[in-house]
Ligand binder design. Sequence first.
Ligand code: FAD
Ligand code: SF4
Length: 531
Amino acid sequence: MNSCSPTPCRHLVLILGDQLDEASSAFDGLDPSQDCLLMIEGAQESTHVWSHKIRTTLFLSAMRHFAETLVARGWRVDYRGLDTHGDVSLAVGLIAALEQHRPLKLIGVEPGDCRVRSDLDTAIETVAAQALTTGGHSLDRLIEWREDRHFLCSLPQFKKWAGKSTSLRMEFFYRQMRKQYRVLMDDSGEPVGGQWNFDADNRKSFGKAGPQNVPSTPRFEPDAVTRDVISLVNEKFAGHPGELDQFNWPTSRAQALQALDAFIKDRLPGFGPHEDAMWTHLDFGWHSLLSSSLNLKLLHPLEVILAAEAAWKERDLDLASVEGFIRQILGWREFMRGVYFLDMPGLKTANHYGHQNALPAWYWTGNTKMNCMRQAIRQTLSNGYSHHIQRLMLTGMFGVTAQIEPQQVCDWYLAVYVDAVEWVELPNTAGMALFANGGRFTSKPYIASGAYVKRMSNYCSGCQYQPETRAGAGACPMTALYWNFLDMHEESFANNPRTALMVKNLQRMNDAERNSVRATAKHMLLHLNEL
Ligand code: FAD
Ligand code: SF4
């Protein structure tokens, strides 16, 4: 698909794999007759973490579909595919393209990943240095990074909001965003329904009967472009985790819009109540499955939010469901991006508790006796997806109480989910799930015993461990490691009003019970791979 002539062009415009938006600032002021677009399939993007085959396929297929659209609109696109240009990194591909096109200016939208930004800046400096020594022009003065307009809160606005606070709370940020965009606000400037947050209504389990009348999700049959990518990925990344038989993610804006319509019509009405619930073989429930389309920029967050708000008005939908959904996008998604850029590079190496254990090998296979983890990982390997609570309260929570080194857990999350891009993955994993940043934006670590898993799912009934047993034979690892973690951090948990009750329960144990929990947990921690 290399439809860009190698002769000099005026502007060379780099479009990264998660910048697939024709309305992005990269296109401002361009002229298709003088400027050339550059897209590179960087091999390293699939190998710097051991990327799931579905994640790689989605990125490459979406990039190729986007390039096709651009060519059809008359743009010149220099597309450097893995199959046509070999296994080069983004940086090496960029250097080659700069040398070939010798543009007057290189334009790009600010990358959403600090690693990518730093690699590209280094590549540009290299070319600039060469150009200087050969008497050419200095490219470092000619690169123009443009703001990513996809987001509803700019980075300077977020920085201003955060000020010098050491502790940030999403809820207050979210309220400001609701006011700024006048979403779910009444005419007097108050939140509709009289409150900002209906979270308390959205934490129901499915009960014994299990999920009822689950709506179906749309099917996106792989087309020729996606089938080519599937063959390429199966060949080049054969040993990587995951399977491609069930690939079913939107790879173009048209499909992303179809996914949005299907969600608004069928699943938004029931989104809220069981948002946190889990059930064997219920892979998607009422969740939107829009994160990958949003993160690739196939969808704009405001169009998703406004579609949900309009449906609430027109169809009199449950406000708790609609508000709960909108909060995830207008609140959490924007907040996480702000925090990422505020707290990097420290967030990448944060390790508040000094955890050093290795990630159990079964995170990559699902071969564990713990049924809850087996189910969440099975879903992840089959679909590149699990929902928020599975990520937070199963695979994430185990990472904390099993004292796994945060960077290993973060690399796993970045590898296995279709929506994984570092600006959103890292704050969620290191910050929210692992408390690795010491609670910068969470008031307590998200930890619970097997009783929580039992209440919110049917996983325990298919498990060889017993959720109530915290020590000895049959002890549930979630439960034993939870009590052990509380025991280890008793003082700090006792001093936090949000966790003081947990410590009170811990203190009901006598010394013998505590010792027995410690011994069971110690054995588990030494044999994490065998759990
Ligand atoms: P829904 O449940 O339907 O929610 C709607 C939308 O809200 C999502 O599409 C997403 O864009 C946004 N959203 C919801 N929760 C969050 C959140 N906590 N942070 C940011 N946006 C949110 N989300 C990613 O997009 N990429 C990641 O790499 C990622 N890693 C995560 C790692 C951990 C440990 C945890 C706990 C959460 C992570 N999330 C991540 C957030 C969330 O789990 C996913 O956005 C969500 O599960 C995607 O599924 P969905 O589209 O069906 O979401
Ligand atoms: Fe998970 Fe424990 Fe329940 Fe098994 S018993 S499914 S390990 S919480």
